[in-house]
Design a protein around this ligand. Sequence first.
Ligand code: AMP
Length: 673
Amino acid sequence: MWLRCGCAASLRVLASPLRVLGLRRCNTAAFMPESTGFGGVSGRSGLQEFSVSSSESFWAAVARHRLSWIRPFTAVQDCDLSRGRIRWFEGGKLNVSVNCLDRHVHTCPDRVALMWERDEKGSEVRYTYRELLEMTCRVGNLLRRHGVKKGDCVTIYMPTCPLAVASMLACARIGAAHNVVFAGFSAEALAERIRDAQSSTVITVNQGIRGGKILELKKTVDTAVQSCPTVQQVFVAMRTDSPVAMTARDIAMEEEMLKEDVVCEPAAMNSEDTLFLLYTSGSTGKPKGLVHTQAGYLLYAALTHRYVFNYHDGDVFGCVADIGWITGHSYGVYGPLANGGTTVLFESTPVYPDPGRYWDMVERLQINQFYGAPTAIRLLLKFGDEWVNKYDRSSLKTLGSVGEPINTEAWEWYYRVVGEERCPVVDTWWQTETGGICIAPRPSDPDAEIVPGMAMRPFFGIKPALMDTEGKVISGNDASGALCLAQPWPGMARTIHNDHQRFMETYCQPYPGYFFTGDGAYRSVEGYYQITGRLDDVINVSGHRIGTAEIEDAVNQCPAVAESAVIGYSHDIKGQAVFAFVVLKKNVDVEEADLSRQLNGIVSEKIAKYACPDFIQFVQRLPKTRSGKIMRRVLRKVVELDLDSLGDLSTLDDPAAVQEIIQGHRDTSMKST
Ligand code: AMP
């Protein structure tokens, strides 16, 4: 598991400064020990081909080698994408927390598992594997004592902190599923997720603290559970010293944990038992709870963590994503811990207390792999190089990017300034549904080029396909289409909680026999993949996914609003920003500025602050087809000021509506709300 590859790729910038090349070739068996059983496969591209053409042999070997099983699996896979049936490693039993903790405690109990970079700079706290196991066991026993059973689902509404990780692992230990809800979500959004997950137990903190600001998380939970009849108990941990009002339902978490034993019997879980639900936005107003299961998810998170980032034993892995998102799950928690790694939990923001925060942390914690979002990179590059250069970044070996396309300017800055042209930048494409990275420049042969702003190469076991508008597979290169994955892989989501039909309709039915990702992609002449953006009504604001329908649902709840249409438009820091066209009810007599404030208040109350419109244009009517469908394509063109390509307006019910909107748009000249 922790075998070092003897071929740390030494990197050089050759002819084009943006082509990153390594010089030495790597011994395949040293690179991936399982490959000795793969019948003469050599090189990393050879491994990739084998992993796709002999998928069962590949995954069986990797699963045996990298996971600790209580009982070995009897079938590698039983999948049929056309029926939405996905099963891996059936017959096998294991415990995810044992894989992430106990086995490392046996070999290296004092190795640091977590480095908690608290919001207060310079006050980081380290937890060894032994300490994290003990904390996890106490939480596991506490949950068990309070009646949490195998198969229950515990909602976790906490900032990124060790106790949140221990809570996730404790659920895994006793066989409960977890449902981590990003602590920036509002009470209503939290309540909706608690109800859908049917949680009777919630874990939270008294207050969060981020960027120096206090977040009243317990109060948010109090409001949320009022509309959640299933909730019987709320565990409240103390992140700050401020006491909070406790109700009969609330349990002081740390106090009760002290009463618990540091040994907790792990449950023997079936490979396909649920490990967690994670809610994400789709193209309807209702978020979907993607279901990930035990063995396949863990294996995929571990393997991608090891190979995409070239993670080696002893490295410090710095993923700055919040645990409330899939990136925090797979690369803040499960991947690194399954690999016996040291992982950083980042609680703060990139600009707190100043724009040097990340790089100060890199120097202090000696981070080797840094994994962040393009939106933060774009923001930081505007503050200038001096904030980066102030700090020693010689520990860095790999830089990762995730969540949205990284533009060339940001990529170059990341590569040249942050990485001092030494570190490969891996632009990783994946999604909540895929469980782990599916397309990334690495692993590839050490001398393989990296093209800026491209995810490039499929990971082991991943077979991308591009589809044309008629649903046919595009075979050639230099082509664009709908991005599908042609065969199942262990990390993929199994279903949508309580709604397998929606899972089928969203992912399996659009291109029968394929998994449809919802993204478009371009395949270059060389065969590299570049993600071109969502094909559905989902937008990506600062790397956070949000359905335009969700925002519209919130906006439409304002009594003054008759209807609305929300679109995403490009924004130089956030990637995409939110633009809302709003039609008011007749005889509404409110100042537009007041109404804008009111609408922003509603959206942040119903969803979260990041979903608030950046611009609101009040219009008389929306452009619609004769069948009543809003023509968002037209609205997008208006906002992009691309009036020459409005396209065919003949299907519009009333083409004059477009002229009105164009005029209104000119008049408001993008007034900020
Ligand atoms: P989420 O499930 O919230 O992680 O969002 C996944 C979506 O983010 C994908 O479907 C893409 O639209 C977008 N995304 C993630 N990573 C990348 C990337 N490297 N390049 C382009 N888009 C990305």
